[in-house]
Ligand binder design. Structure first.
Ligand code: ZN
Length: 201
């Protein structure tokens, strides 16, 4: 906590100024770096009300700085309680590091696959499954030009041909995305947690 204290105090000062001036905010940060801020706010009994704000967690990853799992629902509840930002206003991007495109989640938390990309879900024999199935995520990415854009990931997803929550065009990936059995844990938050844990005191 000590190594963050200066940053936290500065952040709180900026947030207070934005709240005083009724500024609509897009609050951004991976969960692992927001938790120390929230815990400081709890100690100081401080809460904000950014009810028209957006919370952006970036590229996903739900681990604390010391590698513990963060429960998504509990965390979004904490964001609501301390910043007034509703869970429908939470946005996250999902994609493989090998892709140039992102799928961003909607208010129902389904990840909308961007139109230039062609997604698949594969079975254990690498055969494509029908929409509504769960399996290994793969995609064609026409924007890749330094390697063939035929990517098979180590993520387990459920692919749907339309979003059950909003009327934006599909296909979508269901909110629960996990790693295939035996795959290494990756993600922006895991990388960020490693960088922060290596920072000097
Ligand atoms: Zn949607």
């Amino acid at each position: 906590m000590k190594k963050f204290e200066g940053i936290i105090i500065n952040n709180l000062k900026n947030l207070q100024e934005m709240e005083n001036n009724n500024i609509r905010i897009c609050f951004a940060g991976v969960p692992a770096v927001i938790l120390p801020l929230v815990s400081y706010m709890k100690k100081k009994n401080k809460k904000f009300n950014f009810s028209n704000g957006i919370y952006w967690t970036g590229g996903g990853g739900w681990k604390t700085l010391d590698g513990r799992e963060i429960n998504k629902n509990d965390f979004l509840k904490t964001i609501y309680e301390h910043f007034g930002i509703k869970k429908e206003s939470w946005r996250e991007a999902y994609m493989a590091a090998e892709s140039n495109l992102w799928a961003v989640n909607c208010e129902g938390h389904y990840f909308h696959v961007p139109s230039p990309m062609y997604p698949f879900v594969l079975d254990d024999e690498m055969e494509p499954l029908l929409y509504g199935s769960e399996g290994r995520f793969a995609f064609l990415d026409p924007s890749a030009n330094s390697y063939p854009g035929f990517i098979v990931t180590e993520d387990k997803v459920k692919l749907l041909d339309y979003c059950p929550s909003c009327d934006r065009p599909g296909p979508v990936l269901a909110p629960e995305i996990t790693r295939m059995p035996g795959a290494e844990v990756r993600g922006c938050a895991a990388a960020m947690a490693k960088v922060i844990s290596e920072m000097e005191e």
